[in-house]
Design a protein around this ligand. Structure first.
Ligand code: ADP
Length: 394
């Protein structure tokens, strides 16, 4: 390289335009405009000021030199002792970095990244601090804008998802509601037709009324589930807290099922004689009703359905087992979500709300519900409920 690099000793003059030693460094610092670079003395008074400091903090050198550096801080920061805390940290560790709001001479704020470095004398005592401040307001604004954009995007995606759920809901609900309505219509028409043609026998009437009753019961369940879901969406189901014997609730539910033709022989009840908890009897009835109804729906006669209610490790445990189609591994927890239906369930009528409601009720009692496939086929639904409290009192 020509001319060869020349490294001046401190006693020499600077090779650049014959400046005194250190002068080019001062000129360099002075010329920096993107960083406020200045010195403060051991007690925090400003000693030097560069172009960047003037630009960022908007003080002329003569306005600020000699003043305490705490003027750059917000009132709250000054009151909480932030400036002196930062100096103390720089003294202890040699350097401190801080990010936060700082105040310009005109009172406006900017978001600053500040590094304070202690320069020590021969005894190791800091005699001066070098302070480098960067104005990150624009970067922070860009970051905030990016975050706002991401939040907006998330909001839009949530709204789109809500629309998808609503569409799915409308298509499932309308399909499921249409079926029992059509059955009622057909049964009513068949009665009317038999009347018109004088062929209305007691048997025919009984069969049609039976169909109407079953269809309206199904309609009642569907409408009830839809109402429950809108209640859950609107903040949750109201849960009563009274002493309940889960075994008694189970017996009542089972009795309702045994009114149906071949179901009586399929249900096997086991467990303790009495399992008392604090809870909502009609909601717990609904939980049992749903689980037993599913067990029947997703298995075929004459396979057995087990309903076991007992105390276990200080909790009440309800276990409903069946020997039916079992659970699809791939469905994971989705069968507990609103309108969540297993791929293996398409042959059975349903709208996928039962387990969603079951989980909400159980969780509102402070409990949990899990679904498992049984190794030899079928599934087990286990509900664990704590003993509970009445209105916050144990
Ligand atoms: P629905 O029965 O109307 O589909 P649920 O919320 O009660 O709604 O059940 C959700 C899904 O969970 C069902 O579609 C089915 O895939 C699965 N499921 C529930 N109970 C059982 C069961 N006993 N055996 C197998 N799968 C079940």
């Amino acid at each position: 390289m020509w001319p060869p690099p020349h490294h001046p000793s401190s006693s020499e003059v600077s090779p650049i335009r014959n400046l005194p030693p250190g002068e080019e460094l001062r000129l360099l610092v002075d010329a920096v405009t993107d960083y406020a670079i200045f010195l403060i003395d051991a007690t925090g008074h400003v000693l030097t000021w560069n172009e960047g400091a003037r630009r960022i903090k908007r003080y002329a050198p003569e306005e600020i030199i000699g003043r305490h550096f705490s003027v750059f801080y917000t009132d709250e920061d000054r009151e909480s002792g932030r400036p002196s805390r930062l100096l103390a940290e720089a003294t202890e560790h040699g350097r401190v970095e801080d990010e936060g709001w700082r105040v310009r001479s005109d009172g406006t704020r900017f978001w600053a990244d500040v590094v304070i470095t202690a320069l020590r004398d021969d005894d190791g005592q800091p005699y001066v601090f070098a302070k480098v401040t960067r104005d990150l307001t624009e970067r922070r604004a860009a970051e905030e804008q990016r975050m706002a954009l991401a939040a907006e995007q998330r909001g839009r995606m949530a709204a789109e998802e809500a629309l998808r759920v609503r569409d799915r809901f409308l298509s499932i609900a309308s399909h499921e509601l249409k079926t029992p309505i059509a059955r009622v219509q057909i049964a009513a028409e068949s009665i009317a037709h038999a009347l018109d043609t004088d062929r209305l026998t007691a048997d025919r009437l009984r069969a049609s009324v039976g169909r109407i009753t079953r269809a309206t019961e199904r309609l009642g369940v569907l409408v009830g589930e839809l109402l429950d879901v809108s209640r859950i969406d609107a903040g949750g189901l109201a849960i009563e807290r009274v002493p309940v014997d889960l075994v008694a609730v189970t017996s009542e539910v089972i009795e309702r099922f045994t009114d149906l033709d071949d179901t009586a022989q399929r249900l096997r009840v086991s467990g303790d004689e009495r399992v008392l908890i604090i809870g909502d009897p009609s909601r717990l009835d609904q939980v049992l009703m749903n689980l037993i109804d599913n067990a029947l729906k997703y298995s075929t006669a004459p396979s057995q359905i087990g309903v076991d209610v007992r105390h276990s490790n200080g909790s009440a445990v309800i276990r409903v087992t069946d020997e039916g189609i079992g659970l699809d591994e791939a469905d994971g927890g989705s069968i507990f979500s609103a309108f969540g239906r297993g791929d293996n369930a398409s042959h059975v009528a349903g709208i996928g709300l039962g387990l969603f409601i079951v989980r909400d009720i159980v969780e509102r009692h402070g409990g949990s519900v899990i679904a498992e496939s049984r190794p030899d086929g079928g599934s087990t639904f286990t509900v664990t409920l704590p003993p509970g409290e009445v209105d916050g009192h144990a």
